[in-house]
Write a new protein. Structure first.
Length: 489
């Protein structure tokens, strides 16, 4: 039997009166007034929390974990405000020396650039090195001439781009996928580091929606000692047949992973993105990736096989399509992103039992882009509070690497809709602290007896914290089933 005694904790969602909490074999077994519990045996680990706040472990409901692990080692161009500044930064990197065969930058946002991307800028920045810059939203890659030739050979088909050198949607996804093909041992090491970093921010579980099915990679990693997170690993249409043939159903626990790995949802992408200006809007702009009947058919196939749908929809036309699909199939699941909604669709989420899986920091990253490209419609963009008022379940995540895999960043953006000292953007759509907290903890508010001991210890009460305080929240400890994945007391 394993046991942990947490002394003098204040439970989130309560009056804050200090208590002792005993965890036995991964489950909360006793909660009593502070100072009244004794160790249950000689091997009980005793942790004096000193009045820290104890809450349920945090969940990131939308990540691309391999991409997040890789991006942490790529050139960060998020601070560049023009194509020229991006190229200059990459030229500086080239002058310091690049060991890899392809120079990769990440995080460009061209929606407000004064001039568009141009392939010639990258050609000049790195004349002898294929160069790729991945957009912040992952829906576009800006390539040099040599990079287009290189990835045409790698993918076995010609990649066509105009003078801007930008590939969008599926071509971009294919190049990003090729860039992710690194030796297993290397990528696994990167993932282990990223998992530990997530645990240090209080994360106990992630939904991994990496475009290349990751279940077997996660089995290998867990067997190799990467055990800082629980993972639900999703699948896309290209590998749906293989998953069905294996009899995998959403929620199935994978044998031999100590309960850390489960089969995730079936992910399908219906449209593009705001940043790449490919989101499908009711005005006819943007693009839809699926015809309605085809999307119904593949979604029904996944549902019949026991897989929960997670449908990517960003534009208002795409969200209506996604809700229509859920209604036609008669299934529950999630709409991933749900960034722009027509008013009549808001209540449909609750009526159909479809959860909105949102990434609040996107609203902060893209508020100015939205004001330009969705001018006049941003009062119904990132409509978090409206969804909550309608009775819909709202789940929070990061879409890492599009935003940092840090739940406190997501919480701050959800409750404040502010950042960097700017006024809140459409403050009527701010979530309550309690709703945002529930959206980050799979609906749990506090820690109770019989709970699985997936826990987070924080310096301050997260429900009472301001948005600024949330962004800098100090995490003192994180545990999965009572096993510490991070401890800093």
């Amino acid at each position: 039997m394993s046991a942990v005694l947490l002394r003098s904790v204040r439970r989130v969602g309560t009056s804050g009166t200090p208590a002792d909490v005993l965890v036995t074999d991964g489950v909360v077994t006793t909660i009593a007034p502070a100072g009244t519990l004794a160790p249950s045996g000689p091997d009980t680990e005793v942790v004096d929390a000193g009045g820290a706040w104890l809450g349920p472990g945090l969940v990131d409901h939308h990540t691309h974990f391999d991409q997040w692990a890789l991006v942490r080692r790529r050139v960060d161009v998020t601070g560049c405000d023009s194509a020229e500044a991006t190229a200059d930064l990459l030229a500086d990197v080239v002058r310091t020396g690049v060991a890899d065969p392809v120079l990769v930058g990440h995080g460009y946002r061209d929606g407000l650039w004064p001039r568009p991307a141009r392939r010639a800028l990258l050609d000049a920045a790195a004349p002898s090195l294929p160069t790729v810059v991945i957009s912040a939203d992952l829906h576009a890659v800006w390539c040099s001439t040599s990079a287009l030739a290189h990835f045409s050979r790698v993918l076995g088909r010609p990649l066509e781009a105009g003078e801007d050198g930008v590939l969008r949607e599926q071509d971009a996804f294919d190049v990003t996928g090729a860039l992710s093909t690194v030796p297993d041992a290397v990528l696994d090491g990167y993932v282990a580091d990223a998992a530990e970093a997530a645990a240090a921010r209080g994360v106990t579980r992630v939904v991994d929606l990496e475009m290349r099915f990751g279940l077997d990679r996660w089995v290998r990693r867990i067997h190799g000692g990467t055990d800082a997170l629980r993972v639900a690993s999703g699948v896309y249409a290209t590998e749906l047949s293989d998953v069905i043939a294996r009899g995998l159903r959403t929620g199935d626990v994978v044998e031999g992973t100590r309960g850390l790995l489960t089969m995730g949802p079936f992910k399908v992408i219906t449209d593009g993105s705001l940043g790449t200006r490919t989101a499908a809007l009711v005005d006819g702009s943007g693009s839809l990736a699926w015809a309605f009947d085809d999307l119904v058919a593949i979604t029904r196939r996944a549902v019949d096989a026991g897989l929960t749908p997670a449908i990517h929809a960003i534009g208002d036309r795409a969200n209506t399509l996604a809700l229509d699909v859920f209604e036609a199939v008669g299934a529950r699941g999630t709409i991933e992103h749900a960034q722009l909604l027509v008013d009549t669709d808001v209540e449909r989420f609750a009526r159909l039992g479809v959860a909105a899986s949102v990434q609040p920091e996107h609203a902060m990253d893209d508020r100015d882009i939205a004001d330009r490209h969705w001018a006049g419609d941003t009062d119904r963009a990132f409509a978090f509070a409206s969804l909550v008022r309608a009775g819909a379940q709202v789940l929070l995540g990061s879409d890492a690497p599009v935003a940092p895999l840090d739940p406190w960043v997501s919480l701050a953006a959800a409750v404040g809709r502010d950042r960097d000292g700017r006024e809140p953007w459409h403050p009527a759509e701010r979530m309550s602290a309690l709703a945002a907290w529930r959206g980050s903890t799979d609906g749990r508010v506090s820690v109770a007896v019989e709970d699985v001991a997936d826990l987070v210890l924080t310096e301050a009460d997260p429900i009472a914290a301001s948005s600024a305080a949330l962004r800098s929240m100090r995490v003192l400890g994180t545990a999965i089933a009572g096993r510490w994945t991070h401890l800093d007391l």
